[in-house]
Write a protein that binds this ligand. Structure first.
Ligand SMILES: [Fe+2]
Length: 301
């Protein structure tokens, strides 16, 4: 196992104040302009004119650098030497590796800071097994995302990007939309997708969305309802994807693209056989609401 997953997404934004409010209300913990999930994976906000940022792939607010977490320094060194044969890389004092991918996104490989939190036991009653006795179910008043899950990029040349991420960085193919997209994961045993490359509608590259894993379907619904109540606009959802099986709720982001709460994604191993399917509404979702849910006033205890 080499690449563990998305460690940090660094945005360059027009309006830092608005971006800070957005990611705080999304449920992340602010430490300066770093906004952390429960396991330590994070969003970093900078003004889009900040000279420390890699160049943008598109105008306006967008993701400027995607950092992938790796287990240790030895893994970083191995990946750095594989990469150096293909692209110009820079290394920092902690061993971090920085480069530009074929679509023009700034990419970093860093030693992970993620620290798995305590497991939350949610008792579920099924017909065969009653686990929750004399106890009401779990209602979430807001989300507290557990980790960054995946990032989605629209790129003009999918084969070039797929080759780069699989050959230079060791990503695994999970599934494919014929000629329209590839679902990739950083190691054999991982979420169904950690990087999803979609065909760009034009000749440029675009950041599409960043996804945050929450504990369960109840947190997708409770967190989404709370976020909508703050006035943030649904992009699509809630709903359930067919590919990867997860529940989702996407919101439009003032920092560029969209953000997603998701739960209960398929988890793969080397035994998984990649599938190929057309890009179609039937494969996108079993069901989805177009613009959020009618709300009835919250939780009664
Ligand atoms: Fe997603």
């Amino acid at each position: 196992m080499t690449i563990l997953g998305v460690e940090q997404a660094t945005y360059g934004v027009d309006d830092l104040t608005l971006g800070r409010r957005f990611f705080t209300e999304w449920g992340l913990a602010a430490e300066g302009d770093s906004f952390r999930t429960r396991d330590g994976t994070a969003v970093l906000l900078r003004h889009k004119g900040d000279a420390r940022l890699p160049p943008p792939v598109e105008p306006g607010s967008t993701v400027r650098e995607i950092a992938w977490g790796v287990a240790d320094r030895a893994a970083l060194d191995r990946l750095a030497s594989r990469l150096a044969a293909r692209v110009a890389i820079k290394r920092d004092a902690e061993g971090g590796v920085r480069f530009t991918d074929p679509a023009g996104f700034g990419v970093a490989l860093v030693e992970t800071r993620r620290r798995p939190g305590a497991a939350t036991a949610i008792a579920v009653n099924t017909p065969e097994r009653r686990q929750r006795i004399d106890t009401i179910g779990t209602f979430y008043k807001r989300a507290a995302p557990y980790r960054l899950g995946h990032i989605v990029l629209q790129v003009p040349d999918i084969p070039a990007m797929e080759r780069f991420y699989r050959e230079a960085l060791g990503f695994w193919l999970s599934d494919r939309y014929t000629d329209r997209g590839v679902f990739l994961r950083g190691s054999a045993e991982a979420d169904h997708h950690q990087l999803f490359l979609l065909q760009s509608p034009d000749a440029g590259a675009h950041f599409h969305h960043l996804a945050f894993e929450v504990h369960d379907v109840h947190e997708v619904f409770g967190g989404g309802l709370a976020f909508a109540r703050q006035g943030w606009e649904t992009h699509i959802g809630p709903g359930r994807h067919v590919i990867s099986s997860c529940y989702f709720w996407y919101f439009k982001s003032p920092c560029g693209g969209a953000v997603e709460y998701f739960a209960d994604m398929d988890s793969l191993t080397a035994a998984w056989q990649p599938r190929e399917m057309p890009q179609s509404p039937e494969w996108f979702a079993e069901w989805a609401l177009a613009a959020g849910i009618q709300q009835f006033g919250g939780v009664q205890r």
